[in-house]
Design a protein around this ligand. Sequence first.
Ligand code: CO8
Length: 261
Amino acid sequence: SNLKTLEYIKYEVQENQVALVTLNRPKALNALCDGLINELNSTLEQLNKDPKVGAIVITGSEKAFAAGADIKEMKDKTFPYTYSVNMLASWDNLTTIKKPIIAAVNGYALGGGCELAMMCDIIVAGTSAKFGQPEILIGTIPGCGGTQRLTRAIGKSKAMELVLTGDQIDAHTAEKHGLVSKVVEPTETVNEAVKIAAKIASLSQPIVAMAKEAVNQAHNLPLKDGLQYEKRLFHSTFATQDRKEGMTAFAEKRKPQWKNE
Ligand code: CO8
């Protein structure tokens, strides 16, 4: 197989054009150390450029998607250091990837782990998943979107409860509040995420990228500007061969042949 094993992650590109990336630091419950984030960033950039990849799934282990930033690595850092190196600045590079990314979450997704999952485009959770922002319990606050993405995902009151108490919510609660798109048996989490990813990967890559970009603007822009952005991207689909092929195939009652052009 084409499985590649790095120090903290492993990944493979499947026949169905899905890249499966597994966080693989089991002894620390996939705590996100700098080395892991660096490997993840460079792998995602490489997969983003790979024409054989249409969508990406990120998963962890049965016990933990990721139990947060590496507390032991952080514990002796000082303010001048964190400020001068702009600590965590590269941790959301994942959001610059054009290809859809699905998080397949089993077990703990806490702190930076929850934030990492929220940076992905879709979250599929196993019934064993636990989401939380426990930073307050160790004397800090979320540093990579936990106060912002979580609030937009589940609303202010529930987000406040999680961020201020450090309490965790289970997969069904996360689904009820709109944090995750689906809950499945833990043995099915990766399969389900790969199934969704494979469906996406079978479609036109540039059009999928435009759709992702447009949905993401719903979180960045006021409604009026978001609608304008959407309209412009919609117009842009008419600059592609795939748009023409998709509509022509419909009219001719046949399956479209995507060229990714
Ligand atoms: N950092 C470093 N090591 C960790 C972490 C972590 N976040 N989580 C677990 N580990 C280590 C443990 O120290 C332990 O190591 P060892 O065997 O050497 O003692 C090993 O993993 C196994 O963990 P436990 O023995 O604690 O396992 P339990 O099943 O008893 O408990 C828990 C599991 C409840 C998940 C527990 O490990 C825990 O509470 N972990 C910390 C959770 C946490 O507070 N996370 C937030 C961290 S702060 C943060 O994420 C800031 C966000 C920064 C932005 C990130 C952007 C992506």
